[in-house]
Design a binder for this molecule. Structure first.
Ligand SMILES: [Zn+2]
Length: 280
């Protein structure tokens, strides 16, 4: 499932492909995908005729900042199975194609979403943090706002287990199952610890592990884990799945110490993967 590194990979690839193009027409083929608006027409009115100034990202969402007399922002939420491609107009439509944006140079941005948990929406202006999609979001973990001091404040009131707290978009934007598992491993911390029970040195390790894991995952164009359909803008799987230490490795030997990786269930039928020896 796409998280920050996968969304950032799409952003980096998409920008040079579409920057400067104007969106001529929008077609919503699966209406559910535009559910943030009263109708697909409302989405179309906010993006048609506008020029793509640059691509951005907030958390797990890819953004296109659009300019005209009335600037707006197109928000692409990848959900569980969202894919973004830039195609020639005559390329056959994938059956999961949910929205097509016709560009002024004849190509198309296509959004596909098999499970339809993702979506596309648009908002006036470019002030991302004022948009309802990102209400209450925590800092970007690769920004200067994200510091050990921030973690101290954010964790102070949170007695829940560390892993679900890391995945809470209101605490840190962009982290999901894969990278929460990997960050806890890198920090040497059990994901089952209480967030507000971490010491200062532990929070500092967690802060550093968060930056390192996400940065390395972006360098390897994200992760296409088992049962995951993530592909980049060019249809290629990520490469970071080959470098995962614990995620989806239940029972396999830890790459550091050889101890079998453990899985502890968490809410929603998912599990936390961790090494009982390396993580304290
Ligand atoms: Zn280990």
């Amino acid at each position: 499932m796409p998280e920050l590194p996968e969304a950032e990979t799409i952003r980096r690839q998409l920008e040079p492909e579409v920057q400067g193009e104007t969106i001529r027409r929008v077609r919503v083929l699966i209406p559910r995908i535009a559910r943030a608006h009263p109708s697909p027409r409302a989405l179309s009115r906010l993006v048609t005729g506008r020029r793509i100034a640059r691509a951005g990202r907030r958390g797990k969402a890819v953004l296109l900042f659009l300019n005209s007399e009335k600037p707006s922002t197109l928000i692409i939420r990848l959900g569980m199975t969202g894919l973004v491609r830039v195609t020639p107009p005559d390329e056959p439509l994938d059956k999961h194609t949910a929205a097509v944006f016709d560009l002024s140079d004849g190509r198309q941005i296509r959004f596909m979403d098999q499970r339809q948990f993702g979506g596309v929406s648009a908002r006036p202006g470019h002030d991302v943090d004022a948009m309802p999609e990102f209400k209450g979001y925590g800092p970007e973990p690769l920004s200067d706002e994200f510091t050990p001091d921030y973690l101290e404040r954010a964790f102070a009131r949170r007695s829940a287990q560390l892993e679900p707290v890391l995945m809470d978009q209101k605490v840190i934007a962009g982290i999901g199952k894969i990278y929460a598992d990997e960050i806890c491993f890198r920090a040497g911390l059990r994901p089952t610890r209480r967030a507000n029970g971490l010491t200062g040195p532990m929070r500092r390790r967690l802060w550093q592990a968060t930056r390192e894991v996400l940065t390395e995952a972006i360098e390897h164009r994200g992760s296409t884990a088992n049962d995951d359909n993530y592909r980049d803008v060019y249809g290629m799987p990520g490469e970071f799945q080959n470098r995962l230490f614990v995620y989806q490795r239940t029972g396999q030997p830890c790459r550091v110490c050889g101890t079998p990786i453990k899985r502890t269930p968490m809410r929603g039928g998912r599990g936390m993967h961790w090494c009982p020896k390396c993580q304290k």
